[in-house]
Design a protein around this ligand. Structure first.
Ligand code: CDP
Length: 520
């Protein structure tokens, strides 16, 4: 079997060496501790009394240094001029010196050359700071391990005590912070995660669980298997499903019916519906004595009056959660609260909600400056598909300005569940595919949320997927907006399988592996 080069990078005491050794033993690989090599250089400089600022003397030292390393899966022994210095280089004072000496070009060049020579045949796990970025940028599998500095310092402190060395926690943590900063801010090969590294917070794992997690990634990679998982709560929400059903039933009964605007923000579904007699009308002007279905976004009060004046038969498919916001805004006004609506001012749902409010109703679009307020008493109502963090941000801006603030968290449960599930999946994916109309506000929102964690593509159909998008992407997540039909999600999943050479496809949504629900 092809033996890989596995890179494990990360800051001090993030668990690299323990995890690397366990994984190497499991795979029958060798383990190379590259930090030990920089430590040995630092020890050599210290012994000869060379200051870390004396670059000329350090260059001379590096020319003659006799450094050897013997490495197996579980142990690295390091020799300076044939003397085993494996224990001595672990002393705390050497850590900082190693960080200082490793900034120098000559030191890095020599060590990287040695590391490349020792690792080039594969079957090796190297841990360090720059393995995935500089030493082996083409390594087949890269990890970047991290953990909060307090935890890492605690681990190092315990490690020193267990070796019988004296240590003070406060000193350990302050030295660690200084070294992390120096390692990550240096000009040459700074400590950063490679773009294609799998980032793992080791605070979440015990030693064995961490090794298992690395092994899981390894098996996926070696078997060329990609994990493709669907976020729970993807696709049609209750309100959309209900509106589609009402429209289809009506079309069946009356032959041809109208919706005011497109029934849902999904061009493919709208086209299918048109073929079944559900026609999207642009405005109320053309609608006279027709059967009109009000879509799940709802419509404005004025539009409703125009439709009634035109003697139309109205079938109201406004989502009950949107309807509730119409009631809430009226209630707030009756109680004397001017209302700020959080949402996209161009979205029909928001236009609809606003029409039920009084003349003091204000719109607030996320990311904008807060408009001038009329007083210190306000009520906030949200578009049902907003992100919770946008609502939190608005409330935080209003709190210092108001002494009577009423907040209706009108973000619907389905939206919250879908967003939480997609966000959690994005955190464990290399690529997220978000399926839904490019004009769908909730789908765009989903893509923006996931983009914080990994590369993210917002597509309408599977035709937009091609092989190059999946290169070096092993963990693929799929999520879909509230207006995305099941068959579209299945088609996207099958296209990903096809691109990746699979011959078994899904025929129903249940065939797609679901991302574990407990974390959503
Ligand atoms: O054991 P710990 O994680 O504290 O450190 P180490 O891996 O033994 O590395 C000691 C120092 O060597 C680090 O702080 C880095 O400055 C340097 N180093 C490096 O520059 N590049 C590497 N590939 C490995 C270590």
């Amino acid at each position: 079997m092809n033996k890989l080069i596995i890179a494990i990078d990360g800051p001090a005491a993030s668990g690299k060496s323990t995890a690397a050794k366990l994984l190497a033993q499991k795979l029958g690989y060798v383990y190379l501790d590259t930090g030990a090599m920089y430590r040995a250089c630092a020890l050599a400089a210290k012994r000869t009394g060379i200051s870390m600022d004396d670059e000329g003397a350090l260059v001379e030292l590096m020319k003659d240094i006799q450094l050897e390393i013997s490495f197996t899966a579980s142990e690295n022994q390091i020799f300076l001029a044939c003397e085993d210095v494996s224990a001595e280089i672990r002393k705390p004072e050497i850590s900082m010196l190693a960080s200082s000496i490793s900034r120098l070009k000559i030191v890095r060049e020599r060590m990287v050359e040695l590391q490349r020579r020792m690792g080039k045949e594969g079957g090796v796990i190297l841990d360090g700071r720059d393995i995935g970025t500089v030493v082996f940028p083409d390594a087949e599998l890269k990890f970047f391990l991290e953990a909060p500095v307090e935890l890492r310092a605690q681990r190092r402190y315990q490690e020193l005590l267990s070796k019988g060395q004296s240590a003070i926690y406060d000193e350990v943590i302050s030295e660690m912070k200084q070294r992390d900063l120096q390692d990550s801010s240096r000009a040459l090969a700074p400590l950063v995660a490679a773009e294609d590294a799998i980032i793992i917070d080791t605070a979440d794992y015990g030693i064995d669980a961490l090794a298992e997690e690395l092994y899981r990634h390894y098996t996926q990679r070696i078997e060329g298997q990609k994990s493709i998982r669907l976020a729970p709560y993807s696709g049609f929400c209750f309100g959309v499903r209900r509106a589609l059903q009402l429209a289809l039933d009506a079309a069946k009964e009356y032959g041809k019916i109208y919706t005011l605007g497109e029934l849902i923000h999904n061009p493919q579904v709208v086209e299918e519906m048109a073929n079944k007699g559900v026609i999207a009308a642009k405005d109320t002007a053309a609608l006279q004595e027709a059967i009109v279905v009000i879509r799940s976004h709802g419509i404005s009060k004025e539009q409703l009056e125009q439709l009634s004046a035109g003697n139309n038969t109205i079938i109201d498919a406004t989502c009950p959660y949107v309807k509730r916001t119409h009631e809430l805004i009226q209630k707030a006004n009756e109680e004397g609260y001017p209302v700020i609506i959080l949402g996209d001012p161009r979205h029909p749902e928001v236009i609809g909600i606003k029409s039920y409010g009084d003349e003091n109703t204000t719109l607030y679009e996320p990311g904008q400056e807060l408009p001038a307020l009329l007083g210190k008493k306000y009520c906030v109502i949200s578009q049902t598909t907003q992100k919770l963090e946008n609502l939190e941000a608005l409330v935080n801006m209003l709190l210092p300005l108001c002494n009577d603030l009423k907040i209706y968290n009108s973000i619907c449960l389905a939206t919250r569940q879908r967003q939480n599930a997609s966000e959690a999946l994005a955190q464990e994916s290399d690529l997220m595919i978000i399926v839904g109309g490019k004009n769908s506000s909730n789908t765009k929102m989903l893509a923006n949320l996931c983009r914080k964690y990994c590369e993210c593509l917002h597509i309408e159909t599977e035709d937009e997927l091609e092989e190059s998008l999946f290169k070096n992407k092993w963990r693929i997540g799929i999520a879909a907006g509230a207006s995305t039909p099941e068959n579209r999600i299945i088609a996207v999943y099958n296209k990903i399988l096809k691109i990746n050479g699979s011959t078994r496809f899904a025929s129903k949504l249940d065939d797609i592996p679901l991302f574990k629900e407990e974390s959503c």
